[in-house]
Design a protein around this ligand. Structure first.
Ligand SMILES: [Zn+2]
Length: 318
C-alpha cells in the first residue's frame, strides 16, 4: 500500500520513503533544473549562493545575471543542466516530468530546431525507463514582439516533440493577446496549454489569461486565492494551478510557508499540484516541498497524499 507508506513517511519524517513514492513535477524550467551543487561540481568551482529572500523576479534575475548566466548559457552547459535536472527528478521519485525548454535554446544549434529536436528526443529516450519526460515549449513574455523568435516557436510546435506550452518572465511584459495565435496553434496540435500568471500580478489577470489563451493549467496563480469568485470559477472549470511554495517564499510573493495560499485554493476546490520551479535557485525537490508543507502545518499527510495521487491521475487518465 504505497500511499499509506507516503503518509507514514511524512509523519515520521523519512525523506527517503517520501522520495520513494511516485510524484509529478509539472513546473520545472530546464535551464535552472538541477541543484546548484551539481553545476558547481561540473564546473569544478563553487558559486555564490542565491539570497534566501529576493525582491521578486527582478532580484532573481540580478542573481542569475551576476552569478549563473555565463556558466549556463552555452550549449554544453545547457545540455549538462537539463540532463542533470532530469536525473535529480528521477532520484526524487518523479515519474512524470513536464520540463519547460525555452525556445531561445535553438540559438545553440546552427541548424536551430533540427538540433533542438535531436537533443530532446535523445534526452527523452535516454531516461524513458525511469521517467516520462514530456518536453514543454517555453516562451518568454519579454520576447512577444521578437518576430524571429515567435516564428521559431510556431515552427517548434510542428516538430511534434513538445507536449505542452508555457509562457513566463515578467507578467506585465506582454498581454496574453500577443501570444494568442501561438496558443491557438498549440491547441490545434493537441498540446496542453499553460502560462505563468498570478505569481506577482492580480486576480483579474489570472482569469483574463485563462480565458484569452484557453489555458488548461496555470503556473503559480496564487493571486486567485484573493477572490472566492475566481476560485469557484477555477474549480468549476477544473483549471489546475501548478504551485511552487518555496519559490513563492524566496521571491517574496508570500510572507512564509505556513501562510501559503495553496491551503485556501485547496479548500475552495481548485486543483493544485506541488512542484520545484527552479531547483538551482530554490533548492527544494518535490519531495522536500511536500515535507516542508507538512512540517509547516499547511496540510495533513493524508491531504498531501491526496494531492500527490491526483497529480498522477491526471496523466494516467489520458
Ligand atoms: Zn516558473
Amino acid at each position: 500500500m504505497e500511499h499509506t507508506d507516503f503518509i507514514e513517511a511524512l509523519s515520521t519524517d523519512d525523506l527517503d520513503a517520501i522520495r520513494a513514492a511516485p510524484k509529478t513535477d509539472v513546473h520545472s524550467h530546464a535551464f535552472l533544473s538541477t541543484r546548484l551543487k551539481n553545476l558547481e561540481h561540473w564546473l569544478g568551482f563553487s558559486l555564490t549562493k542565491p539570497p534566501k529572500r529576493m525582491r521578486g523576479l527582478e532580484e532573481m534575475m540580478e542573481y542569475i545575471n551576476e552569478v549563473l548566466s555565463h556558466h549556463i548559457i552555452t550549449r554544453e552547459s545547457f545540455k549538462f543542466v537539463a540532463s542533470a535536472g532530469v536525473n535529480d527528478a528521477i532520484q526524487d521519485g518523479v515519474v512524470v516530468l513536464e520540463m519547460s525548454f525555452d525556445i531561445r535554446m535553438a540559438e545553440y544549434y546552427p541548424d536551430e530546431l533540427v538540433g533542438v529536436q535531436v537533443f530532446l528526443k535523445t534526452l527523452v529516450g535516454q531516461y524513458q525507463t525511469q521517467v516520462e519526460l514530456r518536453p514543454e515549449l517555453g516562451f518568454p513574455r519579454t520576447h512577444a514582439d521578437d518576430v524571429k523568435l515567435m516564428k521559431l516557436a510556431h515552427e517548434a510546435i510542428e516538430l511534434g516533440v513538445f507536449q505542452s506550452i508555457d509562457l513566463y518572465s515578467y507578467e506585465e511584459a506582454c498581454a496574453p493577446e500577443a501570444v494568442k495565435p501561438l496558443y491557438a496553434k498549440a491547441r490545434a496540435a493537441g498540446m496542453k496549454l499553460k502560462a505563468h500568471v498570478g505569481e506577482f500580478g492580480g486576480t483579474e489577470e489570472v482569469r483574463q489569461t485563462v480565458e484569452v489563451l484557453d489555458l488548461d493549467e496555470v503556473q503559480h496563480g496564487i493571486a486567485a486565492a484573493e477572490s472566492i469568485e475566481i476560485m469557484q470559477w477555477l474549480s468549476q472549470n477544473q483549471i489546475q494551478l501548478n504551485m511552487c511554495p518555496t519559490s513563492n517564499v524566496m521571491l517574496s510573493a508570500v510572507p512564509n510557508l505556513a501562510s501559503h495560499p495553496i491551503r485556501i485554493l485547496f479548500d475552495n476546490g481548485v486543483p493544485v499540484t506541488i512542484n520545484t520551479d527552479d531547483l538551482m535557485i530554490f533548492g527544494q525537490s518535490v519531495s522536500e516541498e511536500y515535507r516542508n508543507l507538512y512540517q509547516a502545518g499547511v496540510f495533513s499527510a493524508q491531504e498531501l497524499d491526496n494531492i500527490r495521487r491526483a497529480s498522477l491521475t491526471s496523466f494516467t487518465m489520458e
